[in-house]
Structure formats: structure tokens, C-alpha cells
Write a protein that binds this ligand. Sequence first.
Ligand code: DIR
Ligand code: MN
Ligand code: MN
Ligand code: MN
Length: 309
Amino acid sequence: TDLGIVAVGFSGGQCKAGVDAAPMALIESGLADQLKDDLEYNIHFDNKVHSYTELLPSSDPDHRGMKKPRAVSAVTQALSQQVYDHAKEGRCVLTLGGDHSIAIGTISGTAKAIRERLGRDMAVIWVDAHADINTPETSDSGNIHGMPVAFLTGLASDKPDAPFGWLKDEHRVSVKKLVYIGLRDVDRGEKKILREHGIKAFSMHDIDRHGIGKVMDMALGWIGSDTPIHLSFDIDALDPRFAPSTGTAVRGGLTLREGDFIAECVHETGSLVALDLVEVNPSLEEAGAAETVRSGVSIVRCALGDTLL
Ligand code: DIR
Ligand code: MN
Ligand code: MN
Ligand code: MN
């Protein structure tokens, strides 16, 4: 199978430096080599970490309360094209972030390619402690990594000449084809959005109640078989015991096995078209950085077909 890899060293969707170093840390731990040698992927990777410095504006004042809107817009627009170029060739696309704002680029790129190639709308499984569905108006922080889902579903949009005006219908996914797993730190305005749009969400409470096996049956049942799936995995979905080095760690999260199980179940569908791994920040909780990277590698391996037996 063909696998495109895009390494994105971008941290402008939030305020903490260091998340841009994650792709290098993941690659240096042998991830790409393992995917080639153990899982026998035919890898398409330019062997560089993109930081898009040439695209970053010299001046980037707040827009509708968003911080660094032009930087995030420029990077995600370029990334969207890179992911699209892989996906339109029929490759599964692995993107290593970077903060979660980069999903504006990855998901828009796959959504467009899958529409053109298969004439299908894809589904998104968003595994995260957070819903990342603030609009610029509901966000308290102004950090765009808390907003990607709002822009990708069209709940938020910009005028054509404004930073995110490049996002068109062809890039978007329906709120009906979005499923969350692992939520436990959702802002008040986000809860209202989830409720009003009937968005399918499995919180840590649901996982405690039903177990991760039943939750995955329900999540994949909601999406339906034979629907292309983009899995966007924020490492902070895992409990800080397994992933301490991340920008907004929240206690009470998934065990590593639960995270791996989610990834394994998505792989088993045979419908995975793209995977993001984001928010690993090796410069935070440095004593746990190697552990966090190892957890990230494990999630990616499971999603791409590694099995226990
Ligand atoms: C918060 C935090 N909901 C915000 N979001 C985070 O800034 O909008 N996302 N940490 O990963
Ligand atoms: Mn996130
Ligand atoms: Mn998160
Ligand atoms: Mn938070």
C-alpha cells in the first residue's frame, strides 16, 4: 500500500513553543522506517519537516479575536494542497504535527481529494480531550487549534478575501459525519454547538460506562461501513500518564491501550484514508517526552495496521 507522509513543524495555532519539534522526534524514533520495514508500506516522503517559514506574514494582527490568523491560514492552505496531492494519487496520508490547527489543512485536502476520486463524502473521527469546535466568536483563548472543526464543518467561515476565505464547500465535512472520542474538557459554547447540531460525541464518561469496545462499535456504526475515514488524533486524548508532553494535558484520559484500540478498530474498517497525529510537544514535561513520542508512534502503528499477534 502507498503511504504519503507530511511532517509539519507548525506551532502557531496555540501559544507554546516546541510542538513544531514533534515531527522530527517521531521520525528520529524510527516511525517512517518501521512503517516501511514492519508494515511494508510504500512510503512517499520528502524527508523534510515543513515549517513554511517563507509563507509566514511579517504582520499578523488578530482577526475576529483569532491569534495569528494569516500564519495559520497560509500554512494550512499549503498543507491542504500537499495532502490533496497524496490523496488524489490514492495514497493514505499520514500527517505529523504540529498543533491541531493543521487539521484545517489535512482534512480539507483529503475531503476534496476523496470527493474527486471516489465521489464520496468522508467521515472524520476526532480523538481528543477537547472538541476544537469553537468559532472565533465563542473562543475564549483566540487560539486557532481550538477552532479547526468549526472551520472544517462550515460552522465558522471567513469572507473570500479574509484569512480563511480559501476554504470552500469542496473542503468541508458534514457535522453528521463527525464523531468525537475521548472528550473531557469542552468549553460551554462548544457544548451548545455539539447539542444544537446533534454532533455524535463519546466522552470519557461514555467510555467508562460502555467500555471502549462498545464505544467503537457505536462510533463506527454511526459512520456506516464503506465510508472513507480521516482519523485526527490529538495526543492529549491519552491520559497524561501516557502522554505528559503536550500543550493542554487533561487528567482522566484514555489509557494507551484504549488509544491503540481506537486506532486498531479504525484500521480494521479498511476505510482509513488519512491520519493526523498532533500536539506532541517534547519541550514540555521533558522527563516524559520520550514516553509521549513512544505513545504517538504506537497510535500511528496501530492505525496503519500493526497487530498484537
Ligand atoms: C480551548 C482549549 N477549548 C480553546 N483547546 C485545546 O482554546 O479553545 N485544544 N486545548 O486542543
Ligand atoms: Mn485538539
Ligand atoms: Mn486537545
Ligand atoms: Mn483545554
